[in-house]
Design a protein around this ligand. Structure first.
Ligand SMILES: NC(=O)c1ccc[n+]([C@@H]2O[C@H](COP(=O)([O-])OP(=O)(O)OC[C@H]3O[C@@H](n4cnc5c(N)ncnc54)[C@H](OP(=O)(O)O)[C@@H]3O)[C@@H](O)[C@H]2O)c1
Length: 295
């Protein structure tokens, strides 16, 4: 008997990887290999080739990444091994296997000096090691395989793992008040929605066989917010009554520089995929509902 077609997910225990596991039922005609770093370490080229060739996937969703933005300033080689070289190894293995590669990149490839949302055509100029290594990953993917969808997103959060959403709820409980920076602006993006939209994209590409132009897309939820706005909305929707005070980035110095403004323009994504993007506040509501179901 012929087995179901396969989709491989790397970095499967991270927040996006876990959301993809929750949404796997959206593609019941596929078998999934959810590979955490123990099953598939993307730093080792031979290992990546072996696992992906063995799985013979139709698509690989690369969620594996070095995501500790501040630590990356002290560990640039390690960040590059994962985000640069590793992404390239996955792309090369996808090319050999004839698989579509879906990869996730970041708004931190931009320097934040724009006065309007960044489009895919805008010049990248990362301010941090993390941003540079993610950009190098994009470059290597482009070099290794033409059959890829790179989704650049921003401020990803979910009910799992370490992220701003969970940190704010924890700090609110522990301290009863929050001070949050209001001079960095982008679009918070719920990883649960991103996971759903990746599944919908794969349905269009692999099941419906609809044409989707390969390349780079900006994918976020709509609207924009500062971290302060984001925190205030989480508190409002959670009904904590905890006050949030806006402060400047200078009050919270971090090792890595971050763009002051990194809203991404999603026009190309919406036009080419037919998938709508929803307001970021709706993402907060969906995440909160999942978070409350776990507690
Ligand atoms: N989080 C954000 O705000 C944000 C914003 C924009 C874009 N992105 C991008 O979105 C993607 C998903 O991010 P996320 O938030 O889900 O990150 P995450 O929660 O940190 O997940 C990343 C996963 O990759 C794994 N990993 C690290 N090194 C690996 C290696 N060498 N081989 C295989 N797996 C490895 C990690 O495992 P360990 O936990 O064991 O290290 C972790 O499970 C990433 O590409 C990230 O750059 C994230």
């Amino acid at each position: 008997m012929q087995s179901d077609p396969m989709i491989v997910v790397t970095g499967a225990s991270g927040q996006l990887g876990r959301e993809l596991q929750r949404k796997a039922s959206m593609l019941p005609e596929f078998e999934f290999l959810f590979a955490d770093r123990h099953v598939l370490d993307i730093r080792t080229h031979s290992h990546v080739r072996e696992v992906i060739a063995g799985a013979r996937p139709q698509a690989v969703i690369n969620c594996a990444a070095y995501t500790r933005v501040d630590l990356a300033e002290d560990e640039p080689e390690e960040a590059m091994r994962v985000n640069g070289a590793g992404a390239g190894y996955v792309a090369e293995a996808c090319h050999r296997a004839g698989a579509l590669m879906v990869h996730v990149s970041t708004d931190y490839v931009f320097d934040g000096t724009a006065r309007r949302p960044y489009t895919e055509a805008d010049t990248c100029a990362p301010l941090s090691v993390y941003g540079s290594t993610k950009l190098e990953g994009e470059r290597r993917i482009d070099e290794q395989t033409g059959r890829h969808l790179i989704l650049r997103t921003s401020w990803l959060y979910s009910a799992y793992g370490h992220n701003f959403f969970r940190t704010m709820l924890r700090l609110a409980k522990e301290t009863g008040s929050l001070r949050v920076v209001n001079d960095q602006v982008a679009s918070p993006t719920y990883a649960g929605r991103l996971a759903e939209d990746i599944m919908a994209l794969l349905r269009r590409a692999l099941v419906d066989r609809r044409h989707i132009e390969y390349g780079t897309y900006h994918y976020t939820q709509s609207g924009e917010a500062s971290w302060y706005d984001f925190a205030a909305e989480i508190m409002r929707q959670a009904g904590t009554g905890v006050p949030v005070t806006p402060v400047e980035s200078g009050d919270f110095p971090t090792k890595a520089r971050r763009p002051a403004y990194s809203k991404l323009d999603t026009t190309k994504f919406v036009a080419n995929t037919g998938l709508p993007v929803v307001p970021w506040q709706q993402g907060v509501a969906e995440c909160l509902s999942h978070y409350l179901s776990l507690t």
